[in-house]
Design a protein around this ligand. Sequence first.
Ligand SMILES: *Cc1c(COP(=O)(O)O)cnc(C)c1O
Length: 381
Amino acid sequence: MSAKTNVPFLDLRAQHDPIRAELLAAFNEVIDQNAFAGGPFVQKFEEDFAAFCRAKHAIGVGNGTDALWFALLALGVGPGDEVITVSATFMATAEAISYCGATPVFVDIDEATYTMNPALLERAITPRTKAIVPVHLYGQVADMDPILEIAKRHGIPVVEDACQAHGAEYKGRRAGTMGDLGCFSFYPGKNLGALGEAGGVTTQDATLAAKVRTLREHGQERRYFHSMIGWNGRMDGLQAVALRIKLRSLDKGNASRRANAALYSRLLADVPGVIAPAVAAHGVPVFHLYVVRVKNRDTVLARLGERGIGCGIHYPKPIHLQQAYAHLGLGPGTTPVAERCAEEILSLPMFPELAANQIETVVSELRQVLQQQGLPRVTAA
Ligand SMILES: *Cc1c(COP(=O)(O)O)cnc(C)c1O
């Protein structure tokens, strides 16, 4: 058998090699100015990122989990409150709610877009609901207009988990500018990734922006004078300069991801047994992940791995079924669509530098793996 071409799930080297000299020069500048924890480089990145999102304010923080936590704290979410989100997300969305002392309440997702189903939102609202956190999963913005309409009618603020949706659009608006606050992760693998941990909060509201700034800085508005109990949640200067350099090519990278996704979907159209991602008419996604659905997902994943195709599952277990949330007593059937999708989803390799021939390889290997499904397995003697 001929040697297989390996296709990695993600190739960060391909992203960093062309800008290595620029990154190192910027790091030297930070070292020269001793501006490591917060400071002027972070401020410059905040200005650029706010402009990119078309938000009035952006605040650099330590990571995406901090961003969600500070956003909820800035809204006054605390013990006894409920926060509505989805169970089809990364753990951090729920963790941030729990770290406020509040309880996450999970509504199901729409099966086509894998984002919050607005038709199920209103019945989840109680007098204790203090915030709603839609998640723009895989880089597609949730159907925000009905969510915002319901939230407004009930006087409940909205926090967008935009950790997978830097630059994604909904009816011409960018992720992170529609709710009261937007939360971003700059974890290395995200569409905009630092060379370590970082995150950001966006908002159109100056008061909320000031609260998040205070929270990330030990609750101090002035050095050593603390108006509230905050946290050490600053962004590093080194991360800020790296992010500022990488931000310049984010629109281009997102466009490449869309082109890669379009090629995948075209090639997969005649592969039986694969559900390709749907692009909702309301938006422009940024394909943080390219997620298909197949039967016998775990076997397909293992076979693709043997053939050198790097795949992932985002995420294999909905949050309410995690051991960490067993105390909520929410069993199977709480969010049936999310639970069913979790069994079938498979993330194929996706990054801006992914080449057309690599996408062709992934699709051809997937086609062969699916063709073998159901056939008797021959084992060597
Ligand atoms: C990555 C991610 C987070 C958390 O971000 P970190 O920077 O890793 O803390 C939160 N929510 C979603 C949906 C994410 O994908």
